[in-house]
Design a protein around this ligand. Structure first.
Ligand code: SF4
Ligand code: SF4
Length: 373
């Protein structure tokens, strides 16, 4: 396990800038052949969460994917591109619309890469993952640098949740809704389908109530690359101003020995992250750090702190996406907005992730408000 990663500046998605920065990020780690065998078949998995343009900072930018495809073609690889979006287009089941609007469809046509869907699956260790993992020799993971209401960050490990095909993701949310359980599920997937190379698109990042329309795009100007997703998420958390132990996926993966979660043990090539001038990165509402409370107060109040979704009625278009994705089926459409049955709600925030109109906010329980979390 290499715990060497690279952090490289890239100020915009201007193709010439992305080309130089992306090649540098890989070259600093020994070049593409350190990760990928020439002439092999490679599955490239960007984050194509929903039907939205790359200017919103929610999906991996096509220019990043383009440069990866070109580097792979130079060593005669066959390139397959695909993702399993949580929200399949305007009508949930329309992944083609996601590919169109995110710019990936045109890009794959231009670059002559095969674009596939993850609808066919095979039961692997514990979960049904896309059969394309079996058909390819290597996996390249292209996450986005984002926050996440449930998992705190959407980085290298979390992006692999898209390998789970179709609506089975909702089953996993429903059956493993407590954050530590969900983190274990994500780490199981990482353990089963470890990427050979991960490049995090942090040129345009997403802060606040990510990972979708309730977050805010923010220029960050960075690419992070490496093969150790635990190390990558550790460094990403550090840049966001979070201790890696607060990210449950990182903590669990490091505990299992799947990568390096200690910042001091990670060799960072390229930028000195201590010298990067990044002003405070806005974290999700649900992250209000309980860890800042003194022990034993932390352990007493932790089970009593709750966060709930609520409808911002002025923004709601009554599209019904949230109703379709809610794993507990506890949302109903009513005139002027949605109604949530809080007795059923498991606070998974799939509804907020699915909402195309940023119409779902986060409400804190009374105790959380009282103690200022
Ligand atoms: S209402 Fe939202 S947060 Fe609650 S269970 Fe449904 S999708 Fe999850
Ligand atoms: S809250 Fe969002 S997803 Fe739900 S119906 Fe309204 S606009 Fe659609």
């Amino acid at each position: 396990m290499s715990s060497q990663i690279s952090v490289v500046k890239c100020d915009s998605y201007k193709p010439s800038l992305v080309e130089v920065a992306l090649r540098r990020s890989v070259d600093l780690l020994g070049g593409i052949t350190s990760f990928i065998k020439p002439g092999s078949t490679v599955l490239v998995k960007p984050n194509l969460l929903m039907s939205t343009g790359p200017e919103n900072g929610i999906t991996t930018h096509p220019e990043v994917v383009r440069q990866v495809i070109r580097i792979l073609k130079e060593i005669n690889c066959k390139v397959i591109v695909g993702d399993g979006p949580s929200i399949w287009g305007r009508y949930i089941d329309n992944v083609d619309e996601v590919y169109e609007v995110t710019g990936i469809k045109k890009l794959c046509k231009d670059e002559r890469a095969e674009l596939v869907t993850f609808d066919k699956r095979r039961m692997r260790d514990k979960y049904p993952l896309t059969v394309w993992l079996d058909k390819c020799d290597h996996l390249i993971n292209l996450p986005k640098f984002k926050t996440h209401e449930l998992t705190l960050i959407t980085g290298a490990i979390k992006n692999l949740f898209g390998l789970v095909s179709g609506t089975y993701k909702l089953e996993l949310h429903k059956n493993n809704f407590a954050p530590p359980e969900f983190a274990k599920t994500l780490v199981d997937i990482y353990q089963d389908a470890k990427p050979d190379l991960t490049i995090i698109d942090g040129v345009l990042a997403l802060e606040g109530d990510g990972p979708a329309t309730s977050g805010k795009a923010r220029s960050l100007g960075l690419l992070l690359a490496g093969s150790d997703c635990v190390a990558l998420d550790t460094v990403m958390a550090k840049i966001m101003g979070i201790k890696s132990q607060e990210v449950l996926t990182t903590k669990e993966a490091a505990r299992r020995g799947l990568g390096e979660g200690r910042l001091s043990e990670i060799k960072i090539q390229g930028e000195d992250i201590d010298k990067l001038k990044i002003k405070s990165f806005k974290l999700p509402t649900t992250s209000m750090s309980i860890n800042n409370l003194a022990w034993p107060l932390k352990n007493i109040v932790k089970p009593l702190i709750r966060y709930y979704p609520y409808c911002l009625r002025v923004k709601c278009t009554a599209c019904g996406h949230c109703v379709k994705v809610c794993p507990k089926k506890c949302i109903t459409l009513e005139s002027g907005g949605i109604y949530v049955d809080y007795k059923q709600c498991i606070a998974c925030f799939c509804c907020q992730e699915a909402c195309p109109a940023a119409a779902i906010g986060v409400r804190k329980s009374v105790l959380a408000k009282l103690i200022g979390l």
